[in-house]
Design a protein around this ligand. Structure first.
Ligand SMILES: [Zn+2]
Length: 384
């Protein structure tokens, strides 16, 4: 199967970028609502509807939810691309709909999506609320879980650009975890199913994004939804969409999330998860915080007559300004920064730092500066 071709065929063209809100996805869901697949299953704090889209008649029940964290929209885009595929009337779609029943919640946190925040409107992280169930959105997901009784859960997120695959200097474009179900991080049958499935997805995706797949730390936290569902005996996968070089809008990563979803259902359909692939799973390197968006090396700084050569880093803040996400680069670290990487790296070879403030880099200041008086950097990048 040609995953690239499938993606270009079913990619939802009306949705793109990072700022994905309910009013952007609703028309697509409504278009796909040809046979009462779409249902309102509750309301958010701000009284926005939370939708469920259910399709398929198969025995294996798959529950997927996305944008539990409002500013993590990449998997929502890929999930909708996948719903397009399921509605595409191909032989492959028929096979999937015959084998599976898919219950999806494409935007669990519409308020956070609107505000472009991780948390919901009450500033609660829904992924730390799976025991208290203090928020309406947490209750909605739990009710669907209890009524639908899934065989597999897909917990879909985005991760920040700071994560690399081990210390390889490669960004973690996708990351996976089969969450633990107890403090001892033991592996029981149901967790093993998630582990085997992740190992299978990794094997399919490696040729497309070589060494750009990471594995999350599996320390147990029952307040996290994945850990709770795993604890309740349902194999659960955490999938995190991450950085691909120069793809801050995550349109390239969207494709790999789509491929991961499609290949996972092929694997499940062929019952390819019965072989123990635990070692293969463990061979996926762990995620590490090793990246900044910008890393400037060998910068000469003049602190009141004392010259030093150092490095500094800047990071984009994603700021919602007039209904647009702006990527604004701020200086976040000044030190040797050995063992760190930059998605953009610049070796100044001892050039003198100057700016319009104090002529030395200052934390939380915008990354606008000059080197040796003639190379101008604006918002982190060289102005040409
Ligand atoms: Zn998240």
């Amino acid at each position: 199967m040609d995953l690239e071709q499938l993606f270009s065929q079913y990619k939802e063209q009306s949705i793109e970028g990072r700022y994905i809100t309910l009013d952007k996805i609703y028309p697509v869901l409504e278009k796909l609502n040809t046979n009462h697949q779409l249902e309102i299953i509750g309301k958010s704090v701000f009284n926005y509807p939370v939708y469920k889209y259910q399709i398929g008649t198969g025995e294996i029940k798959i529950l997927l939810w996305s944008q539990m964290h409002g500013n993590e929209s990449t998997t929502t885009k890929a999930l909708i691309d996948f719903l397009n595929l399921l509605n595409g009337d191909s032989e492959f779609a028929k096979k999937l709909l015959h084998a599976f029943t898919f219950c999806s919640i494409p935007m669990l946190n519409p308020d956070g999506a609107k505000l472009y925040t991780r948390e919901n409107a009450n500033k609660i992280d829904l992924n730390r609320d799976s025991q208290d169930l203090s928020q309406p959105e947490s209750g909605i997901l739990r009710a669907v879980f209890e009524n639908f009784k899934p065989d597999f859960c897909y917990n879909l997120h985005d991760q920040r650009t700071i994560f690399g695959v081990g210390c390889t200097g490669k960004p973690a474009t996708l990351s996976f975890l089969a969450p633990a179900y107890n403090e001892e991080r033991e592996v029981n049958n149901s967790r093993l199913k998630a582990i085997n499935l992740i190992a299978g997805i990794n094997a399919v995706l490696q040729p497309y994004i070589p060494r750009q797949i990471g594995r999350f730390d599996d320390s147990f936290n029952i307040n996290c939804i994945g850990d709770t569902f795993q604890y309740l005996g349902v194999p659960t996968l955490l999938l995190e969409a991450g950085h691909f070089p120069n793809d801050y809008l995550r349109e390239e990563t969207r494709k790999y999330v789509f491929m991961a979803l499609v290949s996972s259902f092929e694997i499940l359909n062929e019952n390819d998860i019965v072989i123990n692939r635990f070692d293969e799973y463990l061979s996926i390197p762990q995620n590490k915080v090793v990246f900044y968006d910008f890393l400037y090396k060998n910068i000469k700084i003049n602190y009141d007559g004392i010259e030093i050569i150092t490095n500094f880093a800047a990071q984009y803040k994603e700021e919602l300004i007039e209904n647009q996400i702006c990527f604004n680069a701020y200086i976040v670290q000044i030190s040797d920064l050995d063992n760190y990487f930059g998605h953009f790296e610049y070796d100044a070879r001892g050039a003198l730092y100057q700016d319009e403030n104090n002529n030395f880099p200052t934390l939380n200041q915008k990354a606008n500066f000059y080197l040796d008086g003639n190379v101008k950097f604006v918002n982190g990048l060289i102005l040409k």
